[in-house]
Design a protein around this ligand. Structure first.
Ligand code: C5P
Length: 228
């Protein structure tokens, strides 16, 4: 069967990665979480003291360091999912923290950051057979993807999911802080100049506010079968 490229975009914490991961595992495709890449760059900048007290970024320092930031993924045998590595160090847990979540969107809006990460993402998908999730996969990374999905859900539903996820991992979580963060990221991601979050004209839209994970999985599998 011919391999295709699958782009899954949508708002923060709408369950894109769960859907994308499950589909990739089932059909034997590579799964790439591009949000993890923006999060890893953000963690690098935080560790390097590149954020001022006002939250502003030292963009010159980050741009100079960009070439030395190597992000890779390795399959975690226990979870069956790829873990994120920053310059060889496992950072999967750290990049999911609220601190990284609240700094990531301004970093992801920087044109030189996007240019570097989009080039890496396009390389990862050269051979097709890939499920990639993010904000600009169907519009900028793979505009020719054979299957594009745009996922939405209400901000409250998404905040609740992120809250449950953090709690389940034993990480600190406050619902109101999470909701505020989800809304702030929606705003920044949709209003930035370079590749703002938007539905590609040829994407299929899914509002999964009231769907279970099993229902979303079945929905996606049906569309995949239709397209291949
Ligand atoms: O998907 P996740 O919520 O982990 O992504 C974290 C942040 O990375 C998003 O809020 C967005 O600012 C940025 N991002 C992006 N483009 C992508 C993936 C993520 O700008 N393709």
């Amino acid at each position: 069967m011919k391999k295709i490229t699958i782009a899954i975009d949508g708002f923060s914490s709408c369950g894109k990665s769960t859907m994308a991961k499950d589909l990739a595992r089932e059909i034997g495709y590579i799964y790439v979480d591009t949000g993890a890449m923006y999060r890893a760059v953000t963690l690098f900048a935080m560790r390097g003291g590149m954020f001022g007290a006002d939250g502003g970024i030292d963009t010159a320092a980050l741009e100079a360091a960009m070439n030395g930031i190597v992000i890779s993924f390795r399959l975690n045998e226990a979870t069956g999912c790829p873990d994120t590595y920053l310059n060889g160090e496992l950072v999967e847990k750290e990049i999911r923290s609220m601190e990284v979540s609240s700094h990531v969107s301004p970093v992801a809006a920087l044109p030189f950051v996007r240019k570097a990460l989009v080039a890496q993402q396009q390389k990862m998908g050269e051979e097709k057979g890939i499920v990639m999730d993010g904000r600009d996969i169907g519009t900028a990374v793979f505009p020719d993807a054979e299957l594009k999905v745009f996922v939405t859900a209400s901000a409250r539903v998404r905040a609740q999911r992120r809250f449950d996820e953090l709690r389940a991992k034993g990480m600190p979580a406050d619902f109101d802080d999470i909701l505020k963060n989800v809304e702030q990221r929606d705003y920044i991601d949709s209003h930035r100049e370079v590749s703002p979050l938007r539905k590609a004209d040829d994407a299929v839209e899914l509002d999964n506010s009231t769907m279970t994970i099993a229902e979303q999985k079945a929905w996606l599998m049906d569309i995949f079968k239709e397209r291949t």
